[in-house]
Design a protein around this ligand. Structure first.
Ligand code: BEZ
Ligand code: FE
Length: 274
């Protein structure tokens, strides 16, 4: 049968009918349905289609060991956040995006250590407890932290100005599930704008900023691991995060104590199998 606007979608879906893996078949069918619907709706010209292919090619060329532009594209469309939200464990602390700056392993540090190796910015103490969703404290849980400097840059973005591991630390909770460490209050910052995603934001009048935040991955045996952020309560852009990652429950007061600021962030992990 001729390939026509109306027969095309089903012809492509039929071509996948021998797919052995049922989940793969389901995904390919849905991708085909949605792609064809998109093209029928938008009716791109040949020139527009070439432009789309060039854009995606450029996204690929911008990827490397220290840069993942496809993830960034997924982030600015809210897709990373949608996937996180759909996979969130019930009853635990809410999850949010991993982001592209968890590139290096955080140095293991002792409770109370500072992750700030620069000595610039507002000093800050962060404390919290890791618990299961039923409230049981989780001793020996891993709390992996990374954040940008007070100027809004991660160590990997400024290898000539920041020592590796600045703003990063992996901690183990104590016998009561508690963790605490010192740092500086991070700044809001722009996501990378020097690639095709930046051009997309520019063309659409969108700003590239993320509100100030501290990244956390919490892990404990027998529990779902959690990737999240604590957001600094008085930061700009909480209402317009470029990657749509703010959840109200994650906004954390960084209280002014005169000599330093203090934040408290409790974490709940859902037991595996729930
Ligand atoms: C981040 O918070 O590190 C981040 C997340 C998504 C895109 C860019 C940066
Ligand atoms: Fe970040």
């Amino acid at each position: 049968m001729d390939f026509t606007e109306t027969s095309a979608e089903q012809a492509v879906i039929n071509s996948f009918s021998a797919t052995a893996d049922p989940r793969l078949a389901e995904i390919l069918t849905a991708v085909t349905r949605h792609l064809h619907a998109l093209v029928r709706e938008v009716r791109p010209t040949m020139a527009e289609w070439e432009q789309a292919i060039e854009f995606l090619t450029d996204i690929g060329h911008t990827c490397g060991p220290a840069r993942q532009e496809f993830v960034l594209l997924s982030d600015v469309f809210g897709v990373s956040m949608l996937v996180e939200t759909l996979n969130d464990s019930d009853g635990g602390t809410e999850a949010t995006v991993l982001g592209p700056f968890h590139l290096t392993e955080s140095p293991q540090r002792e409770l109370g250590d500072s992750i700030d190796l620069l000595g610039t910015g507002a000093p800050c103490v962060i404390t919290g407890t890791v618990r299961a969703t039923d409230g049981t404290p989780l001793p020996g849980a891993s709390v992996d932290i990374w954040q940008c400097s007070a100027d809004g840059f991660y160590d990997v973005q400024q290898p000539d100005r920041q020592p590796p591991g600045n703003g990063r630390g992996r901690f183990r909770t104590d016998s009561e599930g508690k963790f605490w460490f010192r740092t500086v209050v991070p700044s809001h910052y722009p996501i990378p704008t020097d690639g095709p995603v930046g051009r997309l934001l520019n063309a659409t009048g969108r700003h590239p900023y993320r509100p100030a935040h501290v990244h956390v991955i919490a892990e404990a045996a027998g529990h779902h691991s959690l990737t999240t952020h604590m957001f600094v309560a008085d930061s700009p852009y909480l209402d317009s995060d470029a990657v749509f990652a703010v959840k109200r429950s994650l906004i954390t007061e960084f209280a002014d104590r005169g000599s330093h600021r203090e934040a408290h962030f409790d974490i709940r992990l859902a037991p595996e199998g729930e």
